[in-house]
Design a protein around this ligand. Structure first.
Ligand SMILES: CC(C)(COP(=O)(O)OP(=O)(O)OC[C@H]1O[C@@H](n2cnc3c(N)ncnc32)[C@H](O)[C@@H]1OP(=O)(O)O)[C@@H](O)C(=O)NCCC(=O)NCCS
Length: 197
């Protein structure tokens, strides 16, 4: 099934509900504006073509560039991330939201969309850096879901969870190969034209 950047002309925001108010509210009231400001990007899982316009949103997630600030990083985590010498500002990618429509829950869709989010995060981390993907589970059920799928506590006793980018790279060698072999994305004109013109 296709995963696409949120486009409110194509995707029905209003009728989406995963049953958790904060996750629904973000999708309906914040996600589009945040993307327009390049503050975050939300992606939607939608039915394959042909489909009506706007179409049902089966699930969504949001990614955000994040600088983790912690002068006293947990020693075990710092070792796992190989960042013992990197304190203060640590580049990461935040999985800000993840929700599956109530009618679609419990059938493996959340696991599939999480995997897609992590693969996209890995590609972003390879492009610009980011030592881990982190998330803040909204409740105990979400915490259990993420831990089941490989996330661990970033700081003992706190709710924030993480997966090292290095682990994602090890389990997704095709994404790493895709990154290394990607064709030239920007056709650069080395003439006199200003790049903002
Ligand atoms: C959490 C959520 C994304 C999971 O999506 P889902 O499609 O229902 O989950 P899946 O069917 O893909 O479950 C995948 C696996 O995780 C497990 N799982 C799902 N929810 C779980 C939970 N609350 N606790 C523990 N395990 C859970 C399932 O048992 C399944 O395991 P299996 O593969 O061994 O059978 C979805 O229920 C949801 O949108 N919840 C409301 C919003 C939310 O809490 N978002 C996350 C935090 S922002």
């Amino acid at each position: 099934m296709p995963v696409e950047p949120l486009d409110t002309a194509q995707h029905n925001r209003e009728d989406f509900s995963c049953g958790v108010e904060g996750v629904d509210r973000y999708f309906q009231a914040v996600a589009r504006q945040a993307a327009e400001k390049h503050a975050s990007q939300s992606y939607v899982l939608v039915p394959p073509q042909p489909r009506p316009v706007p179409c049902e949103v089966i699930g969504y997630y949001t990614l955000v560039a994040h600088t983790y600030r912690d002068p006293a990083m947990d020693a075990t985590t710092a070792k796992a991330l190989k960042i013992s010498g990197l304190t203060g500002s640590i580049p990461m990618i935040l999985l800000g939201q993840l929700g599956i429509g109530i009618a679609h829950q419990g059938r493996g869709v959340g696991a599939m969309l999480l995997r897609e989010a992590l693969r996209r995060s890995l590609h972003a981390a390879l492009s610009i850096g980011g030592v881990a993907i982190i998330t803040d589970p909204i409740n105990a059920a979400a915490d259990a879901f993420y831990q089941k799928h490989g996330f661990n506590s970033l700081i003992a006793g706190q709710s924030r969870l993480y997966i090292p980018t290095a682990v994602l790279a090890r389990y997704n060698p095709d994404v790493v190969a895709m990154f290394k072999n990607q064709p030239q994305m920007l056709d650069i004109n080395f003439g006199t034209q200003h790049f903002l013109a």
